[in-house]
Design a protein around this ligand. Structure first.
Ligand code: FEO
Length: 391
C-alpha cells in the first residue's frame, strides 16, 4: 500500500476493466480508494466494492492487524465505497462505524444491522491520537448520506465522491498524471455525477472555506496535492452553472438532411466566433457529450421524424440529459431543436419538448424542415442561428 502521507496508506482497489457506471462510459476504468490511518487509534476511511474486499483486507494486513481497527468512517453508503463493509465487519469486529444519520438508515437497508454505528453530524470530531478527524456532511454529493472527513494535522480532506474522477492509473497523485488529463476526467465526472446537485456543491465549498487543505483525497481517481486550488476553482465554476460562449450540436440522421442542418448550424456558430463541437450520436457516447454540455451556452439537438417520433438515440440522450439537468440555474441557456421530417413534425417537436423540460430557453423555436434541404433553406438556417447568437 502506498503511504500518501505520514501514517496514511491507500489500501483501495483499481478496476482497470470496468467500462460502465450506470450509463457513464468509464473508458479509463475506475478506482475505489480507501485510506488507512495508523495512529494511536487505527481508522479506515471508506472501503471498496464488495468484489475487492479480499484485496482491501490483504492491503490492510500489510500495514496493521484489521482486528485492531478502531474506526471505519463510512463517508458514503453506495456499494462502490461500502460494498465491502460486511467483510470489514468480520475482520474488525470491535470497530465503530462512523456515519451520518441518513447514512445509518441507508446502511441498515443495504448491509444489515450488525454494525456498532457512531452517528456524527456537522463539526463532530474523533481523536486518533496525534490527529483529529472532523466530519462535514455533504448531502447529495452524491447521495443524501454523503460526508467528508478532514484531518487537521495532515490538512487532508477525504472527500469521497466529490473531486473524484473515474480513472484507473498506476499513479497516485495529480502531478504524476498531469493536470489536463486529471481535470478532463474530473470534468466528465462532475458533468455526469455531480451536476444536478450543483447548489449543494456551492454549500459544501463554503463549509470548507475555513479548512487549510494541502491534499484532497477522493474515493475515485488520483489524489489532488499539487492542484488543490485548481480543482476547488473548477468546482466553484462548474457549480455556478454559468455558461461560457460555446456551443454543442448533437444529432442523429437517417438520410443526411438533419446531418446537413447540423453542419450548417456548426458553420453559423463558427462564423460568429462561437467555439463549437459537433456530436453524431451514432459515434459519440452520451456521457462524453455531457462534459462539453456542462458549460455550453448553446445546445442544438437534432432529430428527424422516425416512426412518428424522435430517433431512439436522440431520445436516450435527452432522457439522460433530463436526469442530469439542475432543477434551477440554467436560465439563459439556449436550446435549439432542429430536424427534418416527411409528413409529421413529431421528431423535432419531441426534441423541443424535451429541451424545454430540461430547463432550456428556446428563443428560436423549433427549426424543422420538410423532406430534403436546399440552398435557400440552409442559408435561412444560417441566418436564424446568427440572429440567435446575436441575441
Ligand atoms: Fe462513488 Fe456515489 O459513489
Amino acid at each position: 500500500p502506498m503511504e500518501i502521507a505520514s501514517g496514511i496508506y491507500d489500501v483501495g482497489a483499481t478496476d482497470w476493466i470496468v467500462r460502465d457506471f450506470h450509463g457513464y462510459k468509464t473508458e479509463r476504468g475506475a478506482s475505489y480508494n480507501s485510506y488507512l490511518i495508523v495512529d494511536e487509534k487505527i481508522c479506515l476511511i471508506d472501503t471498496v466494492k464488495a468484489c475487492y474486499a479480499d484485496e482491501l483486507l490483504e492491503k490492510i494486513r500489510r500495514v496493521a492487524d484489521p482486528a485492531k481497527i478502531d474506526y471505519v468512517v463510512v463517508n458514503h453508503v453506495e456499494p462502490d465505497h461500502a460494498g465491502a463493509l460486511p467483510e470489514v465487519l468480520k475482520a474488525a469486529p470491535n470497530a465503530k462505524f462512523v456515519i451520518t444519520m441518513q447514512g445509518k438508515n441507508e446502511a441498515l437497508r443495504h448491509y444489515g444491522d450488525g454494525f456498532d454505528f457512531m452517528v456524527v453530524k456537522e463539526g463532530d470530531k474523533i481523536s486518533l491520537g496525534s490527529r483529529e478527524l472532523t466530519f462535514v456532511p455533504m448531502p447529495m454529493l452524491h447521495w443524501p448520506d454523503n460526508m467528508a472527513a478532514y484531518s487537521d494535522v495532515d490538512r487532508i480532506l477525504f472527500s469521497n465522491d466529490a473531486f473524484g474522477q473515474h480513472f484507473a492509473s498506476s499513479k497516485h497523485f495529480d502531478d504524476e498524471v498531469g493536470l489536463p488529463e486529471v481535470l478532463a476526467q474530473a470534468k466528465k465526472y462532475y458533468a455526469n455525477i455531480v451536476m444536478p446537485y450543483s447548489r449543494h456543491v456551492q454549500k459544501a465549498l463554503k463549509s470548507f472555506e475555513g479548512c487549510e487543505v494541502d491534499m484532497i483525497a477522493p474515493s475515485h481517481g488520483v489524489i489532488w496535492r499539487s492542484h488543490v486550488a485548481e480543482i476547488l476553482g473548477e468546482y466553484g465554476r462548474w457549480s455556478s452553472l454559468a455558461p461560457d460562449d460555446s456551443a454543442i450540436v448533437v444529432y442523429d440522421s437517417m438520410w443526411h438532411t438533419t446531418e446537413d442542418m447540423a453542419l450548417e448550424i456548426v458553420e453559423a456558430f463558427i462564423e460568429c466566433g462561437v467555439p463549437t463541437r459537433l456530436f453524431d450520436l451514432k459515434a459519440n457516447h452520451i456521457s462524453d457529450i455531457m462534459t462539453d454540455l456542462l458549460s455550453a451556452k448553446f445546445v442544438a439537438v437534432g432529430s428527424p421524424t422516425l416512426n412518428n417520433g424522435m430517433m431512439p438515440t436522440v431520445a436516450a440522450f435527452l432522457c439522460y440529459l433530463k436526469g442530469l439537468s439542475p432543477k434551477a440555474g440554467w436560465e439563459g441557456r439556449v436550446g435549439i431543436p432542429f430536424g427534418s421530417y416527411g409528413w409529421g413534425t413529431n421528431g423535432p417537436d419531441e426534441v423541443a419538448a424535451a429541451l424545454e423540460a430540461c430547463g432550456f430557453d428556446l428563443p428560436l423555436g423549433t427549426l424543422s424542415h420538410q423532406w430534403i434541404e436546399d440552398e435557400d433553406h440552409l442559408a435561412r438556417l444560417q441566418e436564424t442561428i446568427k440572429q440567435g447568437v446575436a441575441g
